[in-house]
Write a protein that binds this ligand. Structure first.
Ligand SMILES: NC(=O)c1ccc[n+]([C@@H]2O[C@H](COP(=O)([O-])OP(=O)(O)OC[C@H]3O[C@@H](n4cnc5c(N)ncnc54)[C@H](OP(=O)(O)O)[C@@H]3O)[C@@H](O)[C@H]2O)c1
Length: 314
């Protein structure tokens, strides 16, 4: 299990740098070796924060960092132009500088740039490998065919894709491709952006600075149906002496050794709870129950608003 660092830069409300750094330290002490971040999280804040946290323990962690998309005042976040060789090199240099490291372990394109052939983007990241600036190349939210094309240019090490009980989209296609190509599937938002933990109890934004306010599944239209399903997770958790969050993570861990959940959290309390999920063994009956409660496509509402949906799986 890795540690997702997005919420440490205010994605879902205020964060506290001191507690975030303590959380990273605790994760390393408990044997976590994978940190997930992006050049875009907090516009560089996430990288400088991680840089501070790992200054004297760089050798203990594997840093997976994404390139981010381009922020436009008029259009929000856009993938167009984000995968050019020039930008990828620029972002890589900036990431190394902000993280205070010489080599990035995995560099991943956050979204496929539809204006640049994937071979060109992956080829550019390959040259960063040749130059010793990065060790491995990854993709995120890429369609299966795109992964295969990219892999034809340079070896790809991982695909990051949203994967959880309410987003089982990658199971039939992406996971098969990853297994064929011996790539890892990094399951992001494994807790459904917090919703599946059962701690989200009202529709819409949970605080003023909460990027989830536009996520359809959190809105008034879909909240009740989704919350109802989570009560079943909580019930299974009670039977097993676990929390809903732990059941979600145990379920992902049961999907295979090549599936790496990267739950995001910014407190030692949540971290400890999440890591303890590694001690929970789900029985075949538990897994069948979860299949019944969360069959593929069971979530009410899309995972992203329409503009976000356009940027995924392409
Ligand atoms: N490739 C992509 O497009 C993409 C997109 C989104 C995220 N990611 C990566 O994936 C990581 C994980 O995704 P995510 O953080 O968006 O969503 P997530 O892991 O599904 O959920 C994170 C939310 O759950 C809360 N939480 C964590 N553990 C909890 C627990 N035990 N009990 C109750 N609440 C808990 C967190 O609160 P606190 O923060 O307060 O602890 C946070 O609000 C991110 O950190 C990021 O690195 C990648």
């Amino acid at each position: 299990m890795g540690l997702g660092c997005y919420s440490m830069s205010g994605a879902y409300g205020a964060a506290d740098d001191a507690e975030s750094i303590a959380t990273i330290h605790r994760a390393i002490e408990r044997g976590v070796t994978l940190l997930d971040t992006s050049a875009s999280y907090g516009q560089g804040h996430n990288h400088t924060l991680i840089g501070k946290a790992i200054k004297d323990r760089r050798d203990k962690v594997f840093i997976h960092s994404k390139t981010g998309t381009i922020r436009s005042r008029e259009m929000g976040s856009v993938a167009e132009g984000s995968g050019t060789p020039e930008r990828l090199r620029e972002i890589c240099d900036l990431s190394l500088k902000n993280l205070g490291i010489k080599t990035l372990d995995v560099m991943t394109m956050s979204r496929v740039d539809p204006t640049v052939p994937i071979e060109e983007s992956v080829g550019a990241m390959g040259r960063l490998v040749d130059d010793g600036k990065i060790r491995f190349i990854g993709l995120s939210e890429a369609a299966s065919a795109t992964v295969r094309h990219g892999f034809g240019t340079r070896t790809l090490t991982s695909l990051q894709y949203e994967y959880s009980l309410w987003t089982r989209d990658p199971e039939d296609d992406h996971l098969v491709t990853c297994r064929e190509l011996d790539m890892a599937l990094m399951a992001y938002a494994p807790l459904g952006y917090g919703f599946l933990t059962g701690t989200v109890n009202k529709a819409g934004a949970q605080s003023d600075a909460d990027t989830r306010q536009k996520f359809p599944r959190f809105t008034e239209d879909h909240f009740a149906a989704n919350r109802q399903r989570v009560t079943q997770l909580e019930a299974l958790g009670r039977d097993k002496g676990a929390t809903a969050a732990q059941i979600c993570l145990a379920w992902l861990l049961a999907q295979g050794d090549d599936v790496f959940p990267i739950p995001g959290c910014k407190s030692r309390r949540h971290l400890d709870e999440n890591l303890d999920a590694m001690d929970i063994a789900l029985t075949p009956e538990d897994l069948s129950f979860l299949d019944l409660v969360f069959p593929k496509g069971s979530a009410s509402g899309d995972r992203y608003p329409p503009d976000g949906m356009q940027r995924v799986n392409r």
